[in-house]
Ligand binder design. Structure first.
Ligand code: INI
Length: 172
């Protein structure tokens, strides 16, 4: 079954519903990007920046931190979130299986680390770290036939930042 893609609308149903919109104006968002497989991550970065800028963020409200590889993304994301300066983070990387068992460790730790950093700090962190078997599959998801997962991650970050703003402004 096909899932919802980022800009698809859900049918309004009965009852009380909450959803973050994609109004990025006034939000501050940081990107943590891995240099490993830079040919791919630079495309993800282009997509993420486009997603933020076309949804109202200003250049001055977008920060970028480079890290050596996807394994280093969670620690830097955690420290950036702890500053309280950003409404959300976008984490970008490309872990490609190739011939090495390293893949499972790097991909697993990157995913677990980003998820736990996000929960620990209550700062939304969009997971734009590709995990693919081949370079071709990664390129297809970095501006190729399956879109740009950096762009999608940017929209997820905006939506989550806006949803949390809504929730935090609610009183019982
Ligand atoms: N880092 C990646 O981002 N992608 C990979 O595919 C990858 N592989 O295959 O090894 C990778 N390794 C580096 C890792 O993220 C760390 O930078 C390194 O282990 C130093 O801590």
């Amino acid at each position: 079954m096909k899932g919802l893609s980022f800009e698809e609308e859900v049918e309004p149903g009965p009852g009380f519903q909450l959803r973050g919109d994609l109004k990025g104006h006034g939000l501050r968002i940081a990107i943590v990007a891995s240099r490993f497989n830079l040919a791919i991550t630079s495309r993800l970065l282009g997509g993420a920046r486009e997603g933020l800028l076309t949804h109202g963020l200003e250049e001055k409200d977008i920060a970028l931190a480079w890290v050596p590889g996807s394994m280093e993304v969670p620690l830097v994301a955690l420290e950036m979130a702890r500053t309280g300066r950003w409404d959300a983070l976008v984490c970008l990387g490309a872990v490609i299986r190739g011939e090495t068992a390293h893949f499972d460790y790097v991909a697993g730790e990157a995913a677990r680390g980003v998820a736990s950093a996000s929960r620990e700090t209550a700062v939304p962190m969009a997971f734009g770290i590709l995990t693919t078997d081949t370079v071709e599959q990664a390129l297809e998801r970095a501006g190729g036939k399956w879109g740009n997962k950096g762009y999608d991650a940017a929209l997820a970050a905006i939506e989550m930042a806006r949803l949390l703003r809504l929730l935090r402004g609610m009183e019982g």
